[in-house]
Ligand binder design. Structure first.
Ligand code: ADP
Ligand code: MG
Length: 324
């Protein structure tokens, strides 16, 4: 039984123009100790999935269909109180841009301690202090920096402190939303290495969300590619990264290689407001208008899952026809 089994998840937002579907019929599962990368351009629904897993969708967001089975319990149907009990203790999240949300007037160690105290009110102050230091060790922050304020930390250290907070309740599943987006390339590599290391050594399942396929390929066992709310390709890391099948994945990979170290740090935040306004079940492929392989049927007929291997598949009508 997988730790997490997401089945036909469809999530929409109430807006002035009516409900808008942001995540459409997404399915994936995750075993304990494994990692899944969710990749796709801004606005394709990545953060929405993460928030739904945590039961933290914004007020106007709602699960329209599907199930989120965590340890065989459906989180969609779980009462708020039961969900709160799972949050942070079992499933935690490193939020997009979280390192900038560290409170500037509180010491970093105190902020990590607060996260521990909140979920373990029975712990003594001494025990919490010890745990804070152990967490700092885990993310390679020298213990003597425990009483520093956020401004005394570099960007990489702040992000590692945020990771320490997310690990503070020893969750079984951690969701990292754009964990390296605001960092320079070298620090980015260190953070990814750190995530990979604790994920493997603590046997935690991880979902790493990024607009950069290179980032998820660095850390994750499996990769799921999304486009405009739809999952369009999924498979093992090697399959998707080395033998991408869907034209959009190929495009993502070629632009990743082209930009290499030139990251567009803030685009994900900035673009969130004006993307994906799509009806529930598009009858044709959402990528057709940009796809160099598309022909007439791609604009009229629904795309079909093309199975490349038992673990690797892509949602593309052309590919199925051509047997590529
Ligand atoms: N609170 C909200 N109300 C309405 N639409 C939203 C809200 N949050 C996100 N969206 C829309 O849902 C889509 C997916 O957003 P998001 O999950 O943030 O994408 P990503 O994380 O992949 O950039 C986007 O079109 C975005 O504009
Ligand atoms: Mg996002």
């Amino acid at each position: 039984m997988p730790l997490l089994d997401v089945q036909n998840l469809t999530i929409a937002y109430h807006t002035r123009i009516g409900p808008v579907v942001a995540v459409n019929n997404v399915c994936f599962s995750l075993e304990k100790g494994r990692s899944l990368g969710i990749v796709g351009e801004s606005g394709c629904g990545k953060t929405t999935i993460g928030m739904a897993l945590l039961g933290l969708l914004p007020e106007n967001g709602f699960v329209q269909n599907g199930r989120i089975l965590f340890e065989n319990k459906d989180l969609v149907a779980l009462p708020a109180k039961a969900l709160r009990a799972l949050r942070w203790k079992k499933i935690s999240m490193i939020f997009q841009a979280a390192m900038n949300a560290l409170n500037p007037v509180h010491r970093v160690g105190d902020q990590i301690a607060e996260a521990i105290r909140l979920h373990n009110p029975e712990f003594s102050a001494a025990r919490i202090r010890t745990e804070v230091k152990e967490l700092l060790d885990l993310v390679d922050i020298p213990q003597k920096r425990v009483d520093d304020y956020p401004h005394q930390y570099s960007g990489g250290m702040k992000q590692r402190a945020v990771i320490a907070m997310a690990l503070s309740c020893k969750p079984d599943l951690i969701i990292a939303d754009e964990p390296t987006t605001a960092l320079d390339v070298i620090v980015q590599a260190q953070i990814l290495e750190k995530i990979k290391a604790f994920q493997r050594s603590l046997n935690i399942a991880a979902i790493v969300i990024s607009h950069d396929i290179g980032v998820v390929a660095e850390v994750c066992h499996d990769i799921m590619v999304m486009y405009k709310g739809h999952m369009i390709e999924c498979g093992k890391r090697e399959e998707v990264f080395e033998s991408p099948a869907h034209p959009y994945t190929i495009e993502l990979l070629s632009s990743h290689l082209a930009i290499d170290s030139v990251f567009d740090f803030d685009s994900d935040m900035a673009e969130n407001t004006h993307s994906v306004k799509r009806p529930l079940m598009p009858r044709a492929c959402g990528y057709a208008e940009k796809c160099s392989h598309a022909d007439g049927t791609c604009f009229t007929d629904p795309p079909v899952w093309h199975h490349i291997s038992s673990t690797h598949r892509a949602l593309c009508l052309k590919m199925t026809h051509n047997g590529q």
